[in-house]
Design a protein around this ligand. Structure first.
Ligand SMILES: [Zn+2]
Length: 241
């Protein structure tokens, strides 16, 4: 099932976006409207863990990383207008702070804004406590980042946090084990080399055109990359993507 990744939704996309995080409201709307027009139904992330039932049709899920303040003001109205579920991944140690890991440290959602998102039906997931690269940390720090962030968010929200998102998409076997130990339902990554419960593959929708998005959600893009002989179709797919 295609899982889309967005970061920061903005009114106008800046020409200079060094962190590759800004997607305009208009582009987000165009993506979601294209998916609806092609019979893709937006579903909660949980459903990525089970195969589609017969007659269920095409599905996709939406995720937003880091929890920028605009998620509430600009992304939520777009989702609500289309009755679409989404999961927002929050760095529990910097709620109400700024994204210090970016070149441009934009403002992050406050605790009351997180509660507003939750009340609106948005799912909240964990994106660690500090957004550090987890594979560079020792075992106790990994445990804190993975299990501690879940505890922080569950205390703040008063509800269960079920999904984890690796900061920078970075993990190793120790991090995977910590996510399993913390009893997360699943985790999302950015690597496509393996696709399992704790590394659900995602599509970075950032500045994609609807045509590029269509190729990624339909799987044509990944199929073309896997072909042993780089034929005309593969070159065409690469050019279109
Ligand atoms: Zn992040």
């Amino acid at each position: 099932m295609p899982i889309l990744t967005y970061h920061r939704i903005v009114e106008t996309e800046p020409l200079h976006d060094p962190d590759c995080v800004c997607t305009s409201v208009a582009r987000l709307e165009a993506h979601l409207d294209w998916l609806a027009a092609h019979s893709y139904a937006g579903v909660p992330l949980d459903l990525a863990l089970r195969p589609a039932q017969s007659g269920e049709g095409r599905r996709f899920a939406i995720t937003f990383d880091d929890g920028y303040r605009e998620t509430l003001r600009l992304a939520l109205p777009v989702l609500e207008a289309r009755s679409l579920p989404a999961t927002v991944f929050i760095v529990s140690g910097v709620v109400g702070g700024s994204a210090s890991w970016n070149h441009e440290p934009e403002q992050l959602l406050t605790s009351s804004e997180l509660l507003d998102l939750k009340s609106a039906g948005i799912f909240i997931g964990s994106h660690s406590q500090s957004h550090r690269r987890l594979s560079t940390l020792g075992p106790e720090e990994i445990r804190q980042e993975v299990a501690g962030s879940r505890a922080d968010l569950e205390q703040l929200l008063g509800s269960t946090v079920r999904f984890f998102c690796y900061p920078h998409g970075d993990f190793d076997a120790r991090v995977l084990a910590a996510v399993a130990d913390a009893r997360y339902t699943g985790a999302v990554g950015v690597r496509s080399d393996e696709n399992h419960r704790y590394n659900l593959h995602r599509i970075d929708a950032w500045r994609m055109t609807t045509r590029q998005l269509g190729m990624h959600v339909s799987g044509v893009h990944r199929w073309a990359r896997r072909q042993p002989i780089p034929g005309a179709i593969r070159r065409l797919a690469a050019r279109l993507a």
